[in-house]
Structures are given as C-alpha cells and as structure tokens.
Design a protein around this ligand. Structure first.
Ligand code: 5GP
Length: 253
C-alpha cells in the first residue's frame, strides 16, 4: 500500500494528505500534553475516544446547520475532514469560571458567568497562546470584521448546542476551545468549525458530584483520564464496541 504523505504532526493529532484533493486524514494520537507540552504522557485509548467524540459533536453540529470540516470517520483513530486554512486563533467560550480566567480575574472556580464569554487567543505555542483583543486580530489581519462576526455567532451556536447535549446527560459544559477554518470555493470563502471537539478541549463537570471529566484530570493528576473520557462517551451513548486500545487503526465498515 502506498505510504501516505504526512502534512503536519501536532501534540494530539497527525494530519495526512487525504484520498481526494481538498481532503485531509486526521489521526488521533494517544499523547496527552499540558502546560504547553511541559507535561506529556501516553494515555492508552485516548485517541480512539476523542475520534469518536469529535465525530459525534461535529455531526451533531452539521445536523443543526453549523458548518464543520468533518466529512466521515474512517476507522477507530482516523477521520476524513475537509482541508481548510486555520485562522490562527483559539476561540474560547466560558460558561463558568475555571482555568486561566480564574487567575486573570481572581474569580473562584465554578462561578457562573453573567453570560457566555468569548475570548480569543493567538495560536502560537512558543508564546503560550496569549489572550488577544479584537484590535490585535484586526490590526494584524488574522481575521476581518466580517469573520469576527461570523466566528462569534459560530462560537455561541456551538456553545448552545454542546451545553444542551451535555446537560441532557448530567454534565456541565464549563468552557471549551474551538478552532475555525476557511474553506474556499472559487472566490468565496466560508468559515467552518475545524480541528476537534473532545474532552481534550472542553471542561466538563458532573452536575451532581462536580467530578471532572476532561483533560484537567490529566493536568491536575486527578485519576484516570481514560476512565473520565469513557464515562463521557458512555453517557452520550457513543462508546466504541470494543474498549479503546492503543495500536494500529482498524478499518470499520
Ligand atoms: P484555559 O484558558 O482556562 O486554559 O482554557 C479554557 C478552555 O479552552 C479549556 O476547556 C481548555 O481545555 C481549552 N483550551 C485552551 N487552550 C487549549 C489548547 O491549546 N488546546 C486544547 N486542546 N484546549 C485548549
């Protein structure tokens, strides 16, 4: 079989050239990193769970008319996505205070935000993804005014959808990060939700007990990350048939 061309290797995913022009294969690795990759571990089965969970959210968003880069899941670790130009911003939506906003504003963890708050960080690991304002984004040309309006609207629609889906299974969506890509069609561009949506990029707390079911389990050594992600997948009814296992991808029909 011909070897695929690797396009990019990130901390949690590797991207390969897809079978058709304009497509990319996104491979979910078991690597877990935190604090700008200062902390690193291999968590067996994480890639399988994130692949399936991201498929679930991207498909759900597609069904309510939110455009995403997702095309189809190929196997337990890979999905086919539309190639897009990633806007160099991390778009963060916060419903409750946690993480960096607590330090920045002196808020107690768990404080409910007066309304969902959208923040933008400049995607640059060497700088630690710093928080930026819309002024920076406009002045440095990372996104236009129209893009910013569309990004805000997409972020809030994703938040409404995901908050509802999680609430229905007893999980509070505290905050999350998404990335947005541009897809070109001739002279026209449209924005799509790209990258992944998984417990790696969200904060998820059990509504009853407050148990953390997201990457904070790894960041703060709170137990088994696989157990936490498995619990999320189980509640959403998307557990893979076979328990997650590391190793080579297997084809599903
Ligand atoms: P914080 O700013 O509190 O660190 O993160 C806010 C939310 O965005 C959290 O759900 C966190 O998991 C997510 N997030 C922030 N930066 C990154 C990142 O570089 N990668 C991933 N996967 N998620 C991020």
């Amino acid at each position: 079989m011909a070897r695929r061309k690797k396009i990019y290797e990130g901390k949690a995913k590797t991207l390969f050239e897809g079978p058709e022009p304009g497509t990319i294969v996104q491979y979910f690795k078991d690597d877990a990193t935190a604090f700008n990759a200062e902390k690193h571990d291999i968590i067996e089965g994480k890639g399988v769970l994130n692949n399936i969970l991201s498929e679930y959210f991207m498909q759900g968003l597609g069904q309510i008319g939110v455009p995403t880069h997702f095309l189809k899941r190929l196997n337990m670790r890979e999905q086919l996505v539309r190639s897009c130009e990633i806007i160099p911003l991390e778009i963060i939506v916060r419903n409750y205070a946690a993480g960096t906003v607590c330090k920045r504003l002196g808020l107690e963890e768990g404080t409910q935000m007066p309304r969902p708050i959208v923040e933008y960080c400049y995607k640059d690991d060497s700088l630690g993804d710093p928080l930026v304002s819309e002024e920076h984004i406009a002045a440095f040309g990372w996104a236009s005014q129209q893009d910013m309006e569309d990004i805000l609207s997409l972020a809030l629609r994703v938040n409404d959808f995901m908050s509802g889906v999680f609430y229905a299974v007893g999980i509070r969506l505290v905050d999350f990060k998404i990335e947005i890509g541009r897809v070109y069609n001739g002279d026209f561009q449209r924005l799509v939700v790209a990258d992944e949506i998984s417990p790696d990029s969200c904060r998820l707390w059990d509504i009853e007990t407050g148990r953390k079911l997201d990457k904070d389990v790894f960041r703060r050594d709170l137990g088994s990350l696989t157990d936490a992600y498995t619990e999320v997948a189980r509640r959403l009814g998307v557990m893979p048939n076979n328990p997650p296992a590391a190793g080579k991808p297997t084809l599903v029909n």
